[in-house]
Design a protein around this ligand. Structure first.
Ligand SMILES: Cc1cc2nc3c(=O)[nH]c(=O)nc-3n(C[C@H](O)[C@H](O)[C@H](O)COP(=O)(O)OP(=O)(O)OC[C@H]3O[C@@H](n4cnc5c(N)ncnc54)[C@H](O)[C@@H]3O)c2cc1C
Length: 466
């Protein structure tokens, strides 16, 4: 654990916070505080938090933010800590406010098709709660079983079905937010449409805890029924051939409900771990679903299969039974944890134009060779959102240094191909240099102006995002 904050500072903050909240809402043991020091991006800088509080209400969050501002401390909002950019990492003198206890689903309104819930609700719990009313919350990050809707909103999380149904921002109607001075505001609306004022709700989405702490969300929903899933999975002898299939499917105007890619290394890692009998010796699996019912869905699936074959697929499997679809997609779901077993993973989140997917996949392969690093790739390929995962053996400092160089190279290549440095994980700490370069000049200055206007003391998650 890097550098402990001054013990005196930590003790004094903890003692004072125990007077503001109940003592059991403040994590006093320094070792227990370590569990809140970073998210899933251990490669980024972090320190032991000066204090950790377990908020239970919006008022708790407001009281802690007001206290931090008065003491010159800073506040890091934390959902489940599954972030992959270091956005929830504690830096100097940070008070981490965890929303893990704020898990109430407050209202499901079936007639208006929205749900109101506290920010600490786990995405999958929200899905289950609204499914009981015949409703569906589409944004489905692969972490949906472990990440919170507050974290999803703060990072504008994407996911597997987002290629067709959009990302978290498309579903956030409104929210309750604690501002940097501890004031509480309600932003947005509960109506289907609205054009009153600047879209401050959208501004908060993706702001990574730097402009306010979201304590409650109003999310729009879709009807649960009416979809009929079919899966088409192709295996390819080269990554580029799989990329050509992606470009062809999207250029043909087909909108799959999932279009995911995993490369050979992912397939091998999953198979060695779980023994699923996955095809060996293939360079990539391309996994797609369509969900239109009846003949329309069947025609879309057939068309996807044709494009895969035309791009040179070695084999194409189709499935309509849910159990069989789950089996085909299991390798995709297990890919990230399977790779984490091989060593610390440095996760990229680049997004390139769909037509540039084949070229980007080629450049990633070249970068791995040039920097002598291991790179596995998982991709929300239908969005052009690629996750090259750079793996360095534990304790190998030279490999770690090469991995960081490869990370920068991939970011440069992505921008060269007209892409953006983060498709869905957010900037956090890992992508700060790339984001600054991408935004640049006046636009970067606008970001800083907004931050200064809403958080003049730099209380909320300083050192992150910009
Ligand atoms: C196995 C795995 C798979 C993943 N798959 C995907 C994927 O498919 N798509 C995707 O988009 N992401 C994915 N992620 C990344 C991660 O799950 C998402 O970024 C998620 O949205 C983070 O939610 P969280 O609750 O864990 O937030 P945290 O990690 O706790 O926080 C993330 C950021 O949001 C801020 N924050 C958290 N809660 C609040 C709040 N209430 N108010 C204000 N700011 C807040 C934090 O300060 C931090 O900057 C994956 C991660 C893992 C480990």
């Amino acid at each position: 654990m890097p550098e402990d904050p001054g013990v005196a500072v930590a003790d004094s903050l903890t003692a004072e916070l125990q007077k503001i909240l109940r003592p059991d809402q403040v994590v006093a043991d320094p070792v227990d505080r370590d569990a809140y020091a970073h998210d899933d991006a251990e490669w980024a800088e972090y320190r032991r938090p000066a204090a950790v509080v377990l908020a239970e209400t919006t008022q708790d969050v407001a009281a802690v933010v007001r206290f931090a501002a008065s003491r010159g401390a800073n506040v890091v909002a934390r959902g489940a800590g599954t972030g992959l950019s270091g956005g929830a990492n504690a830096l100097q003198d940070a008070i981490v406010v965890s929303l893990e206890r704020m898990t109430r689903v407050i209202e499901v309104n079936a007639a208006e098709r929205y749900v109101v819930a506290e920010a600490g609700v786990i995405n999958d719990d929200l899905r289950a709660a609204v499914a009981a009313h015949g409703l569906w919350y589409p944004p489905d990050p692969a972490s949906y079983r472990i990440s919170t809707i507050g974290g999803n909103a703060a990072t504008n999380a994407g996911g597997i079905c987002c290629v067709k149904y959009g990302v978290t921002r498309d579903y956030v109607l409104g929210m309750t937010v604690v501002l940097a001075d501890g004031d509480v505001v309600r932003l947005g609306r509960r109506t289907a449409k609205g054009a009153t004022g600047y879209d401050l709700t959208a501004l908060m989405v993706g702001s990574e805890g730097t402009l306010g702490i979201i304590t409650e969300l109003t999310l729009s929903l879709l009807p649960l029924g009416g979809r009929e899933e079919r899966a088409v999975v192709g295996s390819f002898a080269s990554l580029e051939a799989a990329g050509v299939a992606v470009a062809a499917i999207t250029a043909a105007g087909i909108i799959p409900s999932a279009l995911e890619l995993i490369d050979e290394m992912c397939v091998r890692a999953v198979d060695e771990w779980q023994g699923l009998g996955l095809p060996q010796g293939v360079a990539a699996l391309l996994l797609s679903t369509v969900d239109e019912p009846g003949a329309t869905g069947a025609a879309a699936a057939a068309s996807i299969a044709r494009h895969m074959t035309d791009a040179g697929a070695l084999a194409v499997d189709e499935a309509v039974e849910p159990v069989e679809i789950d089996r085909l997609f299991l390798a995709r779901r297990l890919a990230y944890p399977a790779l984490e077993r091989l060593g610390p993973v440095l996760t990229e989140d680049i997004c390139v134009p769909r037509a540039a997917v084949p070229a980007m996949l080629g450049r990633i392969r070249d970068t791995a060779a040039a920097h002598d690093v291991v790179i596995a790739t998982i991709a929300h390929a239908g969005d052009g959102n690629l996750h090259p995962l750079i793996i360095a053996p534990e304790g190998d400092a030279a490999a770690k240094a090469r991995a960081k160089q490869a990370f920068d190279r991939i970011v440069e290549d992505c921008r060269d191909l007209g892409g953006t440095v983060t498709g869905e994980h957010g900037v956090g700490l890992l992508k700060l240099p790339g984001a600054r370069a991408e935004l640049g000049g006046r636009v970067l200055a606008m970001h800083r102006d907004i931050k200064a206007a809403l958080d003049p003391l730099g209380t909320l998650n300083p050192g992150k995002a910009f």
